[in-house]
Design a protein around this ligand. Structure first.
Ligand SMILES: Nc1ncnc2c1ncn2[C@@H]1O[C@H](COP(=O)(O)OP(=O)(O)OP(=O)(O)O)[C@@H](O)[C@H]1O
Ligand SMILES: [Mg+2]
Length: 295
Protein backbone atom coordinates (compact mmCIF):
# COMPACT_ATOMS: atom_id res chain seq x y z
CA UNK A 1 0.00 0.00 0.00
CA UNK A 2 1.51 3.30 -1.12
CA UNK A 3 0.53 6.91 -0.85
CA UNK A 4 1.86 10.17 0.49
CA UNK A 5 2.03 11.10 4.15
CA UNK A 6 -1.37 11.57 5.75
CA UNK A 7 -3.44 9.75 3.11
CA UNK A 8 -4.71 7.18 5.61
CA UNK A 9 -2.39 4.20 5.33
CA UNK A 10 -1.88 3.76 9.06
CA UNK A 11 -5.56 4.36 9.72
CA UNK A 12 -6.38 1.50 7.32
CA UNK A 13 -3.91 -0.82 9.05
CA UNK A 14 -5.23 0.13 12.47
CA UNK A 15 -8.79 -0.49 11.28
CA UNK A 16 -7.86 -4.07 10.37
CA UNK A 17 -6.33 -4.61 13.80
CA UNK A 18 -9.26 -2.82 15.47
CA UNK A 19 -6.87 -0.37 17.02
CA UNK A 20 -8.67 2.80 16.00
CA UNK A 21 -9.28 5.35 18.75
CA UNK A 22 -12.48 5.07 20.80
CA UNK A 23 -14.27 7.92 19.09
CA UNK A 24 -13.78 6.48 15.62
CA UNK A 25 -16.08 4.19 13.68
CA UNK A 26 -15.99 2.30 10.41
CA UNK A 27 -18.67 3.89 8.25
CA UNK A 28 -18.42 1.79 5.12
CA UNK A 29 -17.06 -1.49 3.90
CA UNK A 30 -16.07 -4.62 5.73
CA UNK A 31 -12.91 -6.42 6.83
CA UNK A 32 -12.93 -10.17 6.27
CA UNK A 33 -10.29 -12.52 7.50
CA UNK A 34 -10.09 -16.15 6.44
CA UNK A 35 -8.64 -17.86 9.48
CA UNK A 36 -8.31 -21.30 10.99
CA UNK A 37 -12.01 -21.39 11.81
CA UNK A 38 -13.27 -20.01 8.51
CA UNK A 39 -14.40 -16.54 7.61
CA UNK A 40 -14.36 -13.89 10.33
CA UNK A 41 -15.82 -10.41 9.90
CA UNK A 42 -13.19 -8.46 11.83
CA UNK A 43 -15.14 -5.23 11.81
CA UNK A 44 -18.01 -6.96 13.61
CA UNK A 45 -15.84 -8.20 16.50
CA UNK A 46 -15.65 -6.28 19.76
CA UNK A 47 -12.46 -4.19 19.87
CA UNK A 48 -11.27 -5.69 23.10
CA UNK A 49 -13.31 -8.88 23.09
CA UNK A 50 -11.72 -12.30 23.57
CA UNK A 51 -12.00 -13.17 19.88
CA UNK A 52 -10.23 -10.04 18.67
CA UNK A 53 -7.55 -10.33 21.34
CA UNK A 54 -6.93 -13.90 20.32
CA UNK A 55 -6.58 -12.99 16.64
CA UNK A 56 -4.42 -9.97 17.32
CA UNK A 57 -0.81 -11.02 17.57
CA UNK A 58 -1.52 -14.70 17.08
CA UNK A 59 -3.05 -14.63 13.59
CA UNK A 60 -2.56 -11.05 12.48
CA UNK A 61 0.42 -9.13 13.79
CA UNK A 62 1.60 -5.63 13.17
CA UNK A 63 4.94 -3.89 13.01
CA UNK A 64 4.29 -0.30 13.98
CA UNK A 65 5.63 2.72 12.18
CA UNK A 66 7.76 4.05 15.02
CA UNK A 67 9.55 1.48 17.19
CA UNK A 68 10.52 4.06 19.80
CA UNK A 69 6.90 4.78 20.62
CA UNK A 70 5.67 1.22 20.10
CA UNK A 71 8.17 -0.36 22.50
CA UNK A 72 7.69 0.46 26.14
CA UNK A 73 10.77 2.36 27.37
CA UNK A 74 10.52 1.20 31.00
CA UNK A 75 10.53 -2.56 30.32
CA UNK A 76 13.36 -4.60 28.88
CA UNK A 77 12.91 -5.93 25.35
CA UNK A 78 12.90 -9.47 26.77
CA UNK A 79 10.13 -8.62 29.23
CA UNK A 80 7.99 -7.27 26.41
CA UNK A 81 8.62 -10.32 24.23
CA UNK A 82 7.88 -12.66 27.13
CA UNK A 83 4.64 -10.89 27.89
CA UNK A 84 3.48 -11.40 24.31
CA UNK A 85 4.45 -15.09 24.33
CA UNK A 86 2.93 -15.87 27.73
CA UNK A 87 -0.29 -14.14 26.77
CA UNK A 88 -0.86 -16.46 23.85
CA UNK A 89 0.77 -19.72 24.93
CA UNK A 90 0.98 -21.31 28.35
CA UNK A 91 4.69 -21.28 29.22
CA UNK A 92 6.95 -20.54 32.15
CA UNK A 93 9.09 -17.42 32.42
CA UNK A 94 12.20 -19.47 31.78
CA UNK A 95 10.73 -21.01 28.60
CA UNK A 96 9.52 -17.61 27.42
CA UNK A 97 12.97 -16.07 27.89
CA UNK A 98 14.53 -18.94 25.97
CA UNK A 99 12.08 -18.41 23.11
CA UNK A 100 12.67 -14.64 23.20
CA UNK A 101 16.41 -15.16 22.87
CA UNK A 102 15.82 -17.50 19.93
CA UNK A 103 13.53 -14.93 18.30
CA UNK A 104 16.08 -12.13 18.68
CA UNK A 105 18.75 -14.45 17.27
CA UNK A 106 16.50 -15.22 14.27
CA UNK A 107 16.17 -11.50 13.62
CA UNK A 108 19.93 -11.09 13.58
CA UNK A 109 20.29 -9.21 16.88
CA UNK A 110 23.88 -9.78 18.04
CA UNK A 111 24.52 -11.36 21.47
CA UNK A 112 20.81 -12.03 21.99
CA UNK A 113 21.31 -13.71 25.38
CA UNK A 114 22.58 -10.41 26.77
CA UNK A 115 20.53 -8.08 24.63
CA UNK A 116 17.30 -9.69 25.78
CA UNK A 117 17.73 -8.04 29.19
CA UNK A 118 18.42 -4.60 27.75
CA UNK A 119 15.98 -1.71 27.36
CA UNK A 120 14.81 -0.20 24.03
CA UNK A 121 17.01 2.92 24.45
CA UNK A 122 20.09 0.69 24.60
CA UNK A 123 19.30 -0.66 21.13
CA UNK A 124 20.27 1.09 17.90
CA UNK A 125 17.49 2.14 15.51
CA UNK A 126 17.95 -0.93 13.30
CA UNK A 127 17.98 -3.25 16.31
CA UNK A 128 14.83 -1.71 17.74
CA UNK A 129 13.18 -2.38 14.42
CA UNK A 130 14.38 -5.99 14.62
CA UNK A 131 13.02 -6.25 18.16
CA UNK A 132 9.65 -5.02 16.84
CA UNK A 133 9.71 -7.62 14.07
CA UNK A 134 10.65 -10.29 16.64
CA UNK A 135 7.63 -9.29 18.69
CA UNK A 136 5.36 -9.43 15.65
CA UNK A 137 6.78 -12.82 14.65
CA UNK A 138 6.59 -14.29 18.16
CA UNK A 139 3.35 -16.16 17.54
CA UNK A 140 4.08 -16.98 13.89
CA UNK A 141 1.13 -14.99 12.54
CA UNK A 142 -0.54 -15.78 9.23
CA UNK A 143 -0.76 -12.12 8.28
CA UNK A 144 1.83 -9.49 9.04
CA UNK A 145 0.97 -5.83 8.66
CA UNK A 146 4.16 -3.82 8.38
CA UNK A 147 3.57 -0.08 8.63
CA UNK A 148 6.61 1.61 7.10
CA UNK A 149 8.96 -0.73 8.96
CA UNK A 150 12.12 0.96 7.72
CA UNK A 151 11.33 4.66 7.43
CA UNK A 152 13.79 5.66 10.14
CA UNK A 153 16.64 3.49 8.89
CA UNK A 154 19.47 3.97 6.45
CA UNK A 155 19.37 2.12 3.14
CA UNK A 156 21.74 -0.73 4.01
CA UNK A 157 19.84 -1.61 7.18
CA UNK A 158 16.60 -1.12 5.23
CA UNK A 159 17.74 -3.70 2.69
CA UNK A 160 18.66 -6.13 5.49
CA UNK A 161 15.28 -5.73 7.18
CA UNK A 162 13.42 -6.31 3.92
CA UNK A 163 15.52 -9.35 3.17
CA UNK A 164 14.71 -10.66 6.63
CA UNK A 165 11.00 -10.02 6.14
CA UNK A 166 11.05 -11.70 2.75
CA UNK A 167 12.72 -14.80 4.23
CA UNK A 168 10.15 -14.91 7.02
CA UNK A 169 7.35 -14.56 4.50
CA UNK A 170 8.57 -17.58 2.56
CA UNK A 171 9.71 -19.74 5.51
CA UNK A 172 6.62 -19.20 7.62
CA UNK A 173 4.15 -19.09 4.74
CA UNK A 174 2.93 -15.72 5.87
CA UNK A 175 1.04 -13.03 3.97
CA UNK A 176 2.35 -9.52 4.32
CA UNK A 177 0.67 -6.17 3.96
CA UNK A 178 3.42 -3.65 3.53
CA UNK A 179 2.79 0.05 3.93
CA UNK A 180 5.35 2.36 2.43
CA UNK A 181 5.74 5.53 0.44
CA UNK A 182 8.83 4.21 -1.30
CA UNK A 183 8.06 3.06 -4.85
CA UNK A 184 11.44 1.30 -5.02
CA UNK A 185 10.43 -0.91 -2.11
CA UNK A 186 7.11 -1.64 -3.81
CA UNK A 187 8.82 -2.76 -7.00
CA UNK A 188 11.15 -4.96 -4.98
CA UNK A 189 8.70 -6.54 -2.57
CA UNK A 190 5.09 -6.42 -3.72
CA UNK A 191 2.92 -8.82 -5.70
CA UNK A 192 -0.09 -6.52 -5.57
CA UNK A 193 -0.17 -2.77 -5.11
CA UNK A 194 -2.82 -0.34 -3.93
CA UNK A 195 -2.21 3.39 -4.32
CA UNK A 196 -4.05 5.59 -1.84
CA UNK A 197 -4.93 9.24 -2.04
CA UNK A 198 -6.99 11.11 0.56
CA UNK A 199 -8.31 7.96 2.15
CA UNK A 200 -9.32 6.24 -1.10
CA UNK A 201 -7.65 3.59 -3.19
CA UNK A 202 -7.24 5.35 -6.54
CA UNK A 203 -5.45 2.55 -8.37
CA UNK A 204 -4.77 -1.09 -7.62
CA UNK A 205 -3.57 -4.20 -9.36
CA UNK A 206 -0.52 -6.41 -9.63
CA UNK A 207 2.84 -4.68 -9.24
CA UNK A 208 3.40 -5.17 -12.97
CA UNK A 209 0.10 -3.53 -13.86
CA UNK A 210 0.41 -0.57 -11.51
CA UNK A 211 4.12 0.17 -11.92
CA UNK A 212 4.43 -0.95 -15.52
CA UNK A 213 1.29 0.71 -16.76
CA UNK A 214 0.33 3.41 -14.26
CA UNK A 215 -3.02 4.82 -15.31
CA UNK A 216 -4.12 7.18 -12.56
CA UNK A 217 -2.40 10.59 -12.90
CA UNK A 218 -1.49 10.40 -9.19
CA UNK A 219 0.33 7.08 -9.61
CA UNK A 220 2.20 8.44 -12.63
CA UNK A 221 3.07 11.59 -10.71
CA UNK A 222 4.38 9.53 -7.78
CA UNK A 223 6.59 7.55 -10.12
CA UNK A 224 7.86 10.66 -11.90
CA UNK A 225 8.90 12.31 -8.66
CA UNK A 226 11.51 9.67 -7.80
CA UNK A 227 15.11 10.05 -8.91
CA UNK A 228 16.51 7.03 -10.77
CA UNK A 229 19.92 5.82 -9.66
CA UNK A 230 22.49 5.95 -12.44
CA UNK A 231 20.59 8.48 -14.55
CA UNK A 232 22.92 11.24 -13.47
CA UNK A 233 22.51 14.58 -11.73
CA UNK A 234 20.69 16.29 -14.55
CA UNK A 235 17.59 14.12 -14.59
CA UNK A 236 14.40 16.10 -14.43
CA UNK A 237 12.18 15.33 -11.47
CA UNK A 238 8.56 16.30 -11.60
CA UNK A 239 7.27 17.24 -8.17
CA UNK A 240 3.53 16.87 -7.69
CA UNK A 241 2.23 20.42 -7.70
CA UNK A 242 0.04 21.76 -4.93
CA UNK A 243 -0.60 20.11 -1.58
CA UNK A 244 -3.05 17.56 -0.25
CA UNK A 245 -6.41 19.15 0.47
CA UNK A 246 -7.62 19.82 3.98
CA UNK A 247 -9.62 16.72 5.04
CA UNK A 248 -12.22 18.97 6.68
CA UNK A 249 -12.64 20.92 3.49
CA UNK A 250 -12.46 18.33 0.77
CA UNK A 251 -12.84 19.22 -2.90
CA UNK A 252 -16.02 18.04 -4.60
CA UNK A 253 -15.50 15.21 -7.09
CA UNK A 254 -12.15 13.57 -7.65
CA UNK A 255 -9.90 14.38 -4.70
CA UNK A 256 -6.85 14.66 -6.92
CA UNK A 257 -8.50 16.97 -9.49
CA UNK A 258 -7.11 20.27 -8.09
CA UNK A 259 -3.55 18.96 -8.61
CA UNK A 260 -4.17 17.02 -11.80
CA UNK A 261 -3.00 18.22 -15.23
CA UNK A 262 -5.66 16.08 -16.92
CA UNK A 263 -8.61 17.35 -14.89
CA UNK A 264 -11.73 18.39 -16.77
CA UNK A 265 -14.98 19.96 -15.59
CA UNK A 266 -16.56 16.63 -14.70
CA UNK A 267 -13.70 15.74 -12.33
CA UNK A 268 -14.63 18.74 -10.16
CA UNK A 269 -18.24 17.61 -9.99
CA UNK A 270 -18.32 13.90 -9.31
CA UNK A 271 -16.07 11.23 -7.85
CA UNK A 272 -14.93 8.82 -10.56
CA UNK A 273 -16.15 5.27 -9.86
CA UNK A 274 -13.92 2.21 -9.92
CA UNK A 275 -13.08 1.23 -13.52
CA UNK A 276 -11.36 -2.02 -14.36
CA UNK A 277 -9.11 -1.39 -17.34
CA UNK A 278 -8.29 -5.10 -17.41
CA UNK A 279 -8.73 -8.00 -15.03
CA UNK A 280 -7.41 -7.00 -11.63
CA UNK A 281 -6.33 -3.49 -12.63
CA UNK A 282 -8.61 -0.91 -11.03
CA UNK A 283 -8.41 2.83 -11.49
CA UNK A 284 -10.58 5.69 -10.31
CA UNK A 285 -10.25 8.17 -13.13
CA UNK A 286 -12.64 9.28 -15.87
CA UNK A 287 -9.80 9.52 -18.36
CA UNK A 288 -8.57 5.97 -17.94
CA UNK A 289 -9.02 5.14 -21.65
CA UNK A 290 -6.81 8.02 -22.66
CA UNK A 291 -4.23 7.57 -19.91
CA UNK A 292 -3.79 3.85 -20.23
CA UNK A 293 -0.65 2.49 -21.88
CA UNK A 294 1.51 5.59 -21.65
CA UNK A 295 0.48 9.12 -22.33
N1 LIG B 1 -10.67 7.21 6.92
C1 LIG B 1 -10.37 8.23 7.75
N2 LIG B 1 -11.32 8.81 8.50
C2 LIG B 1 -11.04 9.83 9.33
N3 LIG B 1 -9.81 10.35 9.48
C3 LIG B 1 -8.83 9.83 8.76
C4 LIG B 1 -9.04 8.74 7.85
N4 LIG B 1 -7.87 8.42 7.28
C5 LIG B 1 -6.96 9.28 7.80
N5 LIG B 1 -7.53 10.12 8.68
C6 LIG B 1 -6.84 11.20 9.43
O1 LIG B 1 -5.61 11.48 8.81
C7 LIG B 1 -4.53 11.32 9.73
C8 LIG B 1 -3.35 10.72 9.02
O2 LIG B 1 -3.63 9.39 8.58
P1 LIG B 1 -2.58 8.24 8.68
O3 LIG B 1 -1.83 8.30 9.96
O4 LIG B 1 -3.28 6.99 8.34
O5 LIG B 1 -1.59 8.66 7.50
P2 LIG B 1 -0.45 7.82 6.81
O6 LIG B 1 -0.87 7.56 5.40
O7 LIG B 1 -0.12 6.63 7.64
O8 LIG B 1 0.74 8.85 6.79
P3 LIG B 1 2.31 8.64 7.08
O9 LIG B 1 2.89 8.20 5.76
O10 LIG B 1 2.76 10.01 7.45
O11 LIG B 1 2.43 7.65 8.18
C9 LIG B 1 -5.08 10.41 10.82
O12 LIG B 1 -4.48 10.64 12.06
C10 LIG B 1 -6.56 10.79 10.84
O13 LIG B 1 -6.75 11.91 11.67
MG1 LIG C 1 1.45 6.11 8.85
Amino acid sequence: MVGESGCGKSVTANAIMQLLPDLSRIEQGSISYWGKDGLVALDKLKKNGTEMRKLRGEQIAMIFQDPMTALNPVFSVGFQLNEMLKNHFPMSKREATKKSIALLADMGVPAPDQRVFEYPHQYSGGMRQRAMIAMAMACEPKVLIADEPTTALDVTIQAQIFELMNTLKVDKDMAMMLITHDMGVVAEMADDVAVMYMGLIVESGTALQVLGDPTHPYTSALLESIPILGKGKNQKLEPIKGTTPDPYNRPVGCQFAPRCTYAMQRCHEEMPPEHFTEEGHMVRCFKYEELKHGK
